[in-house]
Design a protein around this ligand. Structure first.
Ligand SMILES: Nc1nc2c(ncn2[C@@H]2O[C@H](COP(=O)(O)OP(=O)(O)OP(=O)(O)O)[C@@H](O)[C@H]2O)c(=O)[nH]1
Length: 309
């Protein structure tokens, strides 16, 4: 696994740094792979599709290379404005990257969704690689046939076969990325590389708990922001987060009877954030009504998305 410690090997030699865009249909395994590549929980894995709303970057240090991963939301047919923003940003991310990696669930193969992604990818003139994921679930010869079929459609520079779940093949992939990002100084200071997106991750964890508990009542209409983050002398951290909803009625749902729902969400989130940070966490959750946040350009910027026109 590409841990940040491997950066110590870099010495004083020339450095490399660049962006890798992970593209793939919902549930292809992007979050799982990203977690393997970066070695920390940077993206949320659930069994529901389309849960990745914001662009989340994870950074891997490997030898002299700094690899910044852009974990794109699942590419799917946009419905609401927010969904459209995700799709636009996903493809936008791909155009800015140094390497575009298409992840395909080998069990699903070349279905309609992947055909569409391949069509779009054909227009992107960047270094492209194919990653067949979930190789733990399919036979070797069908993997080779699938690799040939896909490469006949769009030519990829390399094809990798991995299991994001158990880590098979992932080290070859990291090697490839490390070699194929451009020469240049690191994009983020080394000491920030591991904890840069922490606030955002903590918010994502709370949002995941909210989603797991309330996805039937509140499908895609809440957002969580980390408002304050204070490291305390005793080694703990005090985190304040706000859950934004669109209506008063939704606020009552999040709070629950006598505050039971928010208490349960807070407890689950606190435990997981504490596990991620490896330090005790005091988590304070607030619920606020923010009307029409889904139409507010400022929110999109905060989430690293472009406002769709
Ligand atoms: N068997 C197996 N399952 C995998 C593998 N990689 C991912 N999965 C499972 O596939 C499901 C989807 O994985 P995610 O990492 O959430 O997929 P994603 O592409 O990030 O999904 P979205 O956020 O919806 O775009 C999860 O249940 C994972 O545990 C793998 O290599 N083998």
């Amino acid at each position: 696994m590409a841990g940040k410690n491997s950066a110590a090997d870099a010495g004083d030699g020339p450095t490399k740094a660049g962006f890798v865009a992970l593209i793939g249909a919902p549930n292809a395994g992007k979050s799982t792979l990203l977690n393997q590549l970066v070695g920390t929980k940077v993206s949320i894995v659930t069994h529901k599709v389309q849960t990745t709303r914001a662009i989340i970057r994870g950074i891997a240090m490997h030898g002299a290379s700094q690899i910044v991963f852009v974990d794109t939301p699942g590419i799917f047919r946009p419905r609401r404005r927010l969904d459209r923003a995700m799709v636009d940003t996903a493809w936008g991310g791909a155009k800015d990257a140094d390497v575009v990696a298409l992840l395909i669930d080998a069990r699903k193969g070349l279905d309609e969704q992947n055909e569409k992604i391949l069509e779009k990818l054909a227009d992107i003139k960047l270094k492209k690689i194919l990653i067949l994921n979930k190789i733990d679930t399919v036979k070797r010869d069908s993997l080779l046939a699938l690799a040939q079929l896909i490469n006949a459609r769009t030519q990829f520079e390399r094809t990798f076969m991995v299991s994001a779940l158990n880590g098979d093949g992932v080290s070859d992939l990291v090697e490839y990325f490390a070699e194929n990002v451009p020469d240049g100084p690191w994009l983020y200071p080394e000491d920030q590389a591991s904890d840069l997106p922490l606030r955002m991750l903590a918010a994502e964890i709370t949002r995941e708990k909210l989603f797991l508990r309330l996805h039937e009542e509140l499908p895609y209409i809440s957002t969580v922001e980390t408002e304050s983050w204070q490291e305390r002398k005793d080694g703990s951290v005090r985190i304040e987060q706000t859950i934004f909803v669109e209506r008063d009625s939704q606020k009552s749902i999040v709070l629950g009877k006598r505050g039971q729902t928010i208490k349960a969400i807070s407890q689950a989130a606190r435990e997981e954030i504490s596990e991620m940070l490896e330090q005790p966490v005091h988590l304070f959750l607030f619920v606020k009504v923010r009307e029409n946040w889904a139409d507010d350009p400022e929110r999109y910027r905060e989430m690293g998305l472009e406002f769709p026109h």
